[in-house]
Design a protein. Structure first.
Length: 419
């Protein structure tokens, strides 16, 4: 290939084919420039089916075509959109087939706002346009759930707060912990798989998705579009309790009920047993009062009939019946009070039985459970273990790390070796 000096100094210049000349210009661009930084406004942004983005960077006087290939978008949190002011880093290239001068972008940073804030706003706008935030779409929470699934980290303060609140408010509910990672690149995929597994197994009447507080980066797994669509696709209601009161994530916006904290999420998912008991007692009193009014009305009508001619001969019989009515009314009142007391005693008995079967009570009796230290998955069987595998053993008062040893030989194998 001719150099730049040869091209303009040869007395009989070479005639280049178009592609050859474009190759020369491309080489000049590659040799003359390294990586460059360019600031401008995005226009004509378009994403092809291949995932590559094509757009133009422009200012008030000029414009520059640019391409952002799909493989370079791994760390890109936002979508290029028209009117967005950005700083692009990349290399100048010539697209030889068309003789098109362009910037091949490696990184793209929005100016005036952070990439996470921009990505959050863009995803909110797209999901809202689809109606995923519409209150009319969201499912109602069951009044008395029997099964509650906690999609959260199996360690930390959040899961302890959830279990304590659920046990205090509605101990009749069966609680299942579905362990997940709550931050990091692998977290969104784990959250989606956990939600789909619960929904596929129909293992809960209500699902709580929760984690403790943190920075926007820490909570970013719950701003992932895949997580949002998995929540919307659930057949059972989902309650979100992510971060602190000031934190709002995409998962909060699409959930059927958004709570400010994990504790508030547990309170929203189940009723308060004390309030339920008070309502039942109130209804018992209303029923007893209504029956009493009906009996008193019947007695009044009967006394009125006694004053009529032709019924006076019943003067001796009717007082006896009135006395019978009084006795029945008194027995009804006592039976009503006994029924209320029996209901209350039965509820307290069920509460004590369920409390004895709660995860916290089981751990307090000396039981433990193991979580794989690498995957965070529950190790429920000996066959799930592998020699040298690292696990975290959860006791009632804390957590200890351990390593699985090689399995011991069976008695038959030992006998054969001795023979």
């Amino acid at each position: 290939m001719a150099s730049q000096t040869e091209l303009f100094s040869d007395p009989a210049p070479r005639v280049y084919r178009v592609r050859e000349l474009n190759e020369v210009v491309r080489q000049l661009l590659d040799d003359g420039f390294g990586e460059v930084l360019v600031e401008g406004e995005i226009s004509n942004a378009k994403q092809q089916s291949s995932g590559h983005w094509y757009f133009t960077l422009k200012d008030e006087a000029s414009q520059l075509p640019a391409v952002l290939f799909h493989r370079m978008q791994t760390a890109l949190r936002f979508r290029p959109e028209n009117g967005l002011h950005v700083r692009a880093a990349g290399r100048l290239q010539l697209f030889v087939p068309q003789g098109k001068y362009q910037l091949q972008v490696k990184t793209l940073v929005p100016l005036g706002q952070g990439a996470l804030e921009l990505a959050f706003r863009q995803l909110c706008e797209r999901l809202q346009a689809e109606g995923l935030f519409d209150p009319a779409r969201k499912k109602k929470l069951p009044p008395f759930p029997r099964r509650v699934a906690l999609v959260t980290s199996p360690t930390g303060a959040a899961v302890r707060d959830l279990l304590a609140t659920l046990a205090a408010r509605w101990p009749l509910a069966q609680v299942r912990i579905v362990p997940i990672l709550v931050q990091g690149e692998a977290a969104p995929g784990e959250i989606v798989r956990a939600l789909r597994a619960v929904d596929r197994a129909r293992a809960a009447d209500v699902v709580i998705v929760a984690r403790g507080g943190g920075s926007m980066e820490d909570l970013w797994a719950f701003n992932d579009e895949r997580v949002a669509r998995a929540i919307v696709a659930m057949r059972v209601p989902v309650v979100s309790g992510i971060g602190h009161e000031v934190d709002v994530t995409i998962a909060d916006l699409v959930a059927d009920h958004r709570a400010a904290t994990p504790t508030a999420a547990a309170a929203a998912a189940v009723p308060d047993q004390r309030e339920v008991r008070a309502k039942l007692l109130h209804q018992e009193r209303l029923v007893a009062r209504g029956l009493r009014r009906q009996l008193e009305s019947a007695r009044s009508k009967l006394e009125s009939l006694l004053q009529r001619y032709g019924l006076r001969r019943l003067r001796h019989w009717v007082p006896e019946q009135l006395q019978v009515l009084d006795q029945r009314l008194e027995r009804l009142a006592r039976a009503s009070l006994r029924g209320v007391a029996q209901c209350d005693a039965r509820a307290r008995g069920l509460q004590a039985r369920v409390a004895a079967l709660s995860p916290a009570a089981v751990l307090a009796r000396g039981y433990t459970y193991c979580i794989d230290a690498t995957t965070g998955v529950l190790v429920a069987r000996a066959s799930d273990s592998r020699p040298g595998g690292q696990v975290r053993i959860h006791f009632n008062d804390g957590v200890r790390d351990a390593t699985f040893a090689a399995a011991a030989a069976a008695p038959e194998e030992i006998a054969k070796e001795r023979t």
